[in-house]
Design a binder for this molecule. Structure first.
Ligand code: BG6
Ligand code: MG
Length: 216
């Protein structure tokens, strides 16, 4: 019997990957680096600074910037990303998410967020679903990012649920690995990528049966 749900944000609750991509692509282009959608896949679930490091290494520019310059570049990317989110609303929730959250609330199943994004509280507020989450893990408090299980363990414990009794929802391979390493049941959500190691994979949350999940 499962007692709590832990959600990734980007790609699970809403599709912000396209906005991250636009902002990173523009920043990279200004540095003479071209990134494409295949490369963008490798940035999913990865923190802002780790994403910048990956882009600089990809363009062979990893030794060209001081820490302060890299922080300025990451801020520039985030400023553009936040501008792109200006019109985000409830209409941007991915299919099935709102219904699933309502059903979880009816059954008194606590939910939390395990996202690498520092923008998570603002995004959830714009989407109108902030009230459904008992806790949002602050990525600043983490020692390691995904695929380390730390964020998922913290997210489960923050809502009073042992990781073994929790279900995690993820769209990225690094996230599925983190959920499994935490000892949780992993639901992969992707219509395009095969998420290795997921206990169950669906194309969207509309396919999920909450009763079946609880009884895992
Ligand atoms: C993750 C995204 O959820 O958050 C990554 O999948 C992103 O692409 C990371 O880099 C950090 O987000 P933010 O909003 O703090 O820059
Ligand atoms: Mg994601």
């Amino acid at each position: 019997m499962k007692k709590g749900f832990v959600f990734d944000l980007d790609g699970v609750i809403t599709d912000t990957a396209k906005f991250h991509y636009i902002a990173w692509k523009d920043l990279a282009a200004n540095l003479g680096i071209t990134i494409d959608e295949t490369f963008n896949e490798t940035l999913k679930g990865i923190s802002r600074m780790d994403s910048l490091d990956k882009i600089l290494a990809y363009g062979h520019r990893e030794n060209d910037f001081t820490t302060a310059e890299k922080e300025a570049l990451a801020k520039k990317k985030n400023d553009e990303y936040v501008k792109l989110l200006a019109d985000l609303s409830e209409a941007d929730l991915l299919p099935g998410v709102h219904d699933f959250l309502v059903q979880a609330k009816k059954r008194n199943i606590p939910c939390s967020i395990a996202s690498a994004s520092k923008n998570a509280p603002m995004i959830l507020e714009k989407l109108g679903v902030l009230e459904f989450f008992g806790h949002i893990v602050d990525p600043e408090t983490l020692k390691k990012g995904k695929p380390d299980p730390e964020i998922f363990v913290k997210a489960a414990e923050s809502i009073g649920v042992a990781p073994n009794d929790a279900v995690g929802f993820e769209d990225a391979q690094a996230g599925i690995e983190g959920i499994k390493a935490a000892g949780m049941y992993a639901v992969g959500i992707s219509a395009t990528e095969v998420l290795a190691g997921a206990d169950l994979q669906v194309a969207s949350m509309t396919e999920l049966d909450i009763e079946q999940l609880i009884n895992q």
